[in-house]
Design a protein around this ligand. Structure first.
Ligand SMILES: [Ca+2]
Ligand SMILES: [Ca+2]
Length: 605
């Protein structure tokens, strides 16, 4: 690749990071099962690491004063993008003509609770907790003159920083912000202008996030308004700056090499905080500078001390790592699930980091290739737990465009390698074959190549493309979107497809269920609203057209199927005036749509 191309690639990556952040806005419902009486899977650790206190599993969304606060990426530790609490009696069916001031005022009067200006990028959040709204963005909407400078022409220039902005939930008033300088080698580890990509997690009076400097930060949600808590060495200490309680530097302490951007959305269970570290390759995209650095990290949320770490993907990290951990109890076994940069998912004992199982989310013999042309993927989306099963689709940096992929459902109730297949001998072309794994925990997979009988008139030769999205699963129905813009509606038990719909725009965020509707935002600014159906109709344009005599007839049949999906399931398309690379959410009766430069709080009744 040319340096320029590499640069672009890097950018994308950072974007990816964002996506990660974005991908998961969830709701406040909880699908965590009550703690079972089953004893812990494993006894105390033999490695001498401190063990966290017993894990208390929150049966409700944590913290916050609101009835349906959205306190973390995915809303709960299950990361399922569903909200079972809020009602959405109404929502805008269409956008106003944004350039017509009079019409816009009318629309805002009808729909707007408030609107807040952000920077020029916004991937993190929104997180709504305890009467505040948290957003990760950049400094292009500088709120402190300190973070600007006069350019040569006298114009005010905004310095490049990573920003966590905090607003009042009721009024949208700006309260305080964390300002993080860029890392010195930003074109490699902290991509310019991408801001702070982490969706924070809020618990009580503490907010936890990963900064653009690859540090895990615990801050006081009340800022300096109630004095300086914890460490007193903050770089910036005006009244609207962040009050840091503790900060864990993953570069200095753990030698992590973040590829393009750090974007972990912390997972908190009991006193333990878990994050993916972003460790990855350097700018040539071949060398992995820190294979021994952790990819997965567990800290004590109160002290910021490390509890355990794992570098398990080791030298097999393909690119970067921007997905997020998820917590589950499967058949009573408590576990934290980490998506790795080698395309494997792994379950660990939360207190000790002892590996319980691992699952290869790629067919054997697949290959990761620079620039994205290969067929081996890793993870941008976050694993979702639903009814004791894990659901996740694979993907890549969006700059790599789409490509063949799978979406998986498995139930990790065994130890060791629980992938569907094991490596078989190499074939005559030197490609690894696969043989059935008797220890497989896979239930179904959806995607890969279209079958021969359907291929002839299908719009593309694969069923499911790379995804940056995290699934929304409700009533045994899975909603999962892919980067190329297609939303899939699947049976959660069997993987059967009911219907799919092409939004014809890139999707970086995730489908989000609330009150019988699915909200889904596209990078072009379109926010779609679909109708949820407990017994969806089967509408498959490719199947209907497979025996068509010619392309023209096939396309006509497929178009008709698209029309049927629109008639049955599309409720609205709201065209926002800027890119949306986040997930719309509802919290405490307010619909939040975060474009790259503004946060809209909208009425739902
Ligand atoms: Ca304070
Ligand atoms: Ca402090």
């Amino acid at each position: 690749m040319t340096p320029e191309k590499q640069g672009q690639s890097a950018l994308l990556l950072s974007i990816t990071a964002l996506l990660v952040a974005i991908a998961g806005l969830g709701a406040t419902q909880l699908s965590v099962r009550p703690a079972a009486s089953t004893p812990p899977l494993l006894p105390a650790p033999a490695n001498g690491l401190p063990i966290g206190p017993p894990i208390a599993i929150p049966l409700r969304a944590q913290a916050g004063s609101g009835e349906s606060d959205h306190t973390m990426f995915g809303g709960t530790v299950s990361r399922n993008m569903i909200n079972l609490k809020d009602k959405v009696e109404k929502f805008p069916k269409e956008a106003p003509p944004w350039e017509n001031a009079e019409e816009l005022k009318k629309w805002e009067g009808e729909w707007l609770v408030w609107k807040a200006d952000l920077g020029s990028r916004a991937y993190g959040g929104p997180i709504v907790a305890g009467g505040k709204v948290f957003v990760g963005t950049n400094n292009e909407r500088a709120r402190n003159p300190r973070d600007t400078k006069k350019g040569g022409d006298g114009e005010v220039e905004r310095l490049d920083k990573g920003i966590l902005m905090v607003f009042d939930e009721k009024s949208g008033k700006f309260l305080w912000q964390s300002v993080h300088d860029k890392l010195p080698n930003q074109n490699v580890t902290d991509w310019p202008k991408e801001g702070l990509c982490s969706s924070p997690t809020v618990e009580g009076d503490r907010v936890y996030y990963v900064s653009n400097r690859c540090t895990v930060v615990c801050a006081d949600v009340n800022g300096f308004a109630n004095g300086n808590d914890g460490i007193k060495t903050e770089q910036y200490q005006t009244p609207t700056d962040v009050d840091i309680v503790w900060e864990y530097d993953m570069i200095k302490t753990e030698d992590v090499f973040p590829h393009n951007m750090s974007a972990g959305c912390p997972l908190i269970v009991g006193d333990l905080l878990f994050t993916v570290t972003a460790n990855g390759v350097d700018e040539n995209h071949i060398n992995l500078p820190s294979p021994l650095a952790p990819s997965f990290l567990c800290l004590n949320k109160k002290t910021g001390q490390r509890v355990w770490k794992s570098n398990l993907p080791g030298k097999n990290i393909m690119h970067g790592q921007w997905s997020n951990p998820t917590y589950a109890e499967i058949d009573g076994i408590k576990q934290v699930i980490f998506p790795g940069g080698d395309g494997w998912l792994r379950g660990f004992v939360p207190e000790t980091g002892e590996l319980i199982w691992q699952f290869d989310a790629n067919p054997k013999g697949t290959v990761y290739e620079l620039g994205g042309t290969g067929d081996r993927n890793d993870f941008i989306g976050t694993p979702v737990i639903y009814n004791n099963h894990v659901y996740i689709g694979v993907g890549q940096d969006p700059e790599h465009s789409t490509g063949i992929a799978n979406f998986y459902c498995f139930k990790p109730n065994k130890k060791g390698d629980i992938s569907k297949f094991l490596e078989g001998p190499k074939d005559k072309n030197g490609k690894l074959t696969e043989v059935p794994n008797p220890n497989s925990c896979e239930v179904w997979r959806y995607g890969w190549t279209e079958t021969e009988d359907r291929k002839k008139w299908a719009p593309r030769d694969f069923k499911f493309g790379r995804t940056m999205s995290t699934a929304a699963i409700v009533d045994d129905i899975v909603y999962i979107s892919e980067l190329q813009g297609v939303l899939h509606c699947l049976n959660a038990k069997t993987g059967e497809m009911y219907w799919q719909y092409d939004t014809k725009a890139s999707i970086w965020g995730s489908p989000y269920f609330v009150d019988g509707k699915i909200f889904l935002a596209c990078e072009n600014g379109d926010v779609w609203v679909f109708k949820h159906d407990k017994a969806p109709k089967k509408i498959d344009g490719v199947e209907a057209a497979k025996d068509a005599p010619d392309m023209k007839t096939a396309r006509a049949i497929q178009k008709k199927s698209r029309g049927e999906v629109e008639k049955e399931y599309v409720l609205a398309k709201i065209e926002f005036p800027a890119a949306v690379r986040s997930t719309p959410i509802v919290a405490n009766g307010v619909l939040y749509v975060m474009t790259e430069n503004a946060l809209y709080a909208l009425k739902t009744k």
